[in-house]
Design a protein around this ligand. Structure first.
Ligand code: SF4
Ligand code: SF4
Length: 366
């Protein structure tokens, strides 16, 4: 079979960045089992540094750049934006530079006071901004996935924000344990003029025999507490995952070796930047990254290639002497990334493995 190679990428430049995804912090009050912060909701991963961006960081970014951005998604990969101390001040600043901009805060909602939430609602009302609360069920079920979120606090916060008239959305991940409450959630959402999005969660792995394995949930000491299942799964399709199974020790896995023997042309990579992914990603350290898929991999010891590419992480963080424009013109953005997508890196793996994993399709499968 003839191997075909295509590249589809519109690299971010200073002027064409309209949508920016920001991880304001890697802190969070919750312990969701599928989140990268903790090992299945249990032991905190070493990659978490309890860091956050502040208003001064955004003031470092060029005014023209900020005014040009039409959409800010404040959504952590490793943390929740409401744990960022200066979240309100940052939103106020972004809106002052472009009152038409759309800010979307994605949060579990279980942190901060009702006064703070009212203040945020008053800032957002009449603008294009919204808060999307991640609430997976109701009072007796939300905490099974959003572990450690206290229902009363969360709902008081939602009401304090929503009562200002500001745009409110609700993302509801549907599992076996909360599927019976979707209709009740619809009634509640309609009562308060909340946009409800019921979505299937990712992360349930398939096993042999068309079975699905559960997500095992652990406590902070790493002890198994319970498991959760996808919605509408027949009993006979329920697989088995013993407690402790599938949890690698730190440093045990190096995913980059999976891609070591892949040759140029074996894959087609359709880069998601500007489509499914925003135009730029900023992580909790302030590092400027092309997308959250690469950004989320930094600091893990399961992919040595990525750690090597971003070894000098400071050079991706803006400062007075290293501006955003400088970063977007550095060797990584202008050469390594393009070569890593096209399979032209000079050392193996010839592709950036994370790009293949996220956006690649085996050419022979076309
Ligand atoms: S709320 Fe978000 S950041 Fe916090 S643990 Fe859950 S998925 Fe992770
Ligand atoms: S993982 Fe690579 S190919 Fe995919 S969106 Fe990010 S930069 Fe593009």
């Amino acid at each position: 079979m003839v191997k075909v190679f295509t590249i589809n990428i519109d690299m971010p430049t200073f002027d064409n960045i309209k949508r920016v995804h920001v991880e304001l912090t890697d802190k969070c009050n919750a312990e969701c089992p599928m989140c990268v912060r903790r090992v299945w909701g249990g032991v905190l991963r070493p990659v978490i540094q309890n860091i956050e961006l502040n208003l001064d960081y955004f003031k470092l970014l060029d005014d023209d750049f900020i005014s040009n951005v039409e959409y800010w998604m404040l959504c952590g990969v490793k943390g929740d934006p409401i744990a960022c101390t200066e979240l309100f001040e940052i939103c106020e600043y972004l809106l002052s530079k472009n009152p038409q901009t759309e800010i979307s805060i994605r949060t579990n909602g279980g942190f901060r006071s009702t006064d703070w939430w009212t203040q945020l609602g008053n800032l957002f009302v009449g603008t294009n901004c919204e808060v999307m609360f991640g609430i997976d069920g109701l009072e007796d079920t939300n905490h099974l996935y959003r572990k450690n979120v206290k229902w009363n606090k969360l709902w008081d916060n939602v009401m304090a924000y929503n009562s200002t008239g500001a745009k409110t959305s609700w993302q509801y991940l549907v599992f076996e344990h909360n599927q019976h409450q979707v209709d009740e959630a619809k009634v509640l959402a309609s009562k308060y003029n909340i946009n409800l999005f019921v979505q299937e969660p990712f992360g349930f792995a398939e096993q042999e025999g068309n079975k699905i394995q559960p997500i095992n949930v652990y406590n902070r000491e790493g002890e198994y507490i319970y498991n959760i299942w996808p919605a509408n799964l027949e009993e006979e399709r329920k697989g088995v995952l013993e407690p402790g199974e599938g949890i690698p020790n730190a440093g045990e896995v190096d995913n980059s070796i999976h891609w070591m023997d892949v040759n140029k042309g074996d894959y087609n990579v359709s880069c998601k930047i500007g489509n499914e992914a925003d135009d730029l990603y900023i992580d909790g350290s302030g590092a400027i990254m092309p997308c959250c898929y690469l950004g989320a991999s930094i600091g893990y010891d399961d992919d040595n290639q990525i750690q090597e590419i971003f070894r000098d992480l400071n050079s991706f963080i803006p400062s007075k002497t290293n501006t955003l424009s400088d970063i977007l013109s550095n060797t990584f953005f202008t050469k390594t990334l393009l070569n890593g997508i096209s399979g032209d890196l000079s050392t193996k793996p010839v592709y950036i493995g994370k790009c293949l994993e996220t956006c690649g399709m085996c050419a022979d499968s076309r």
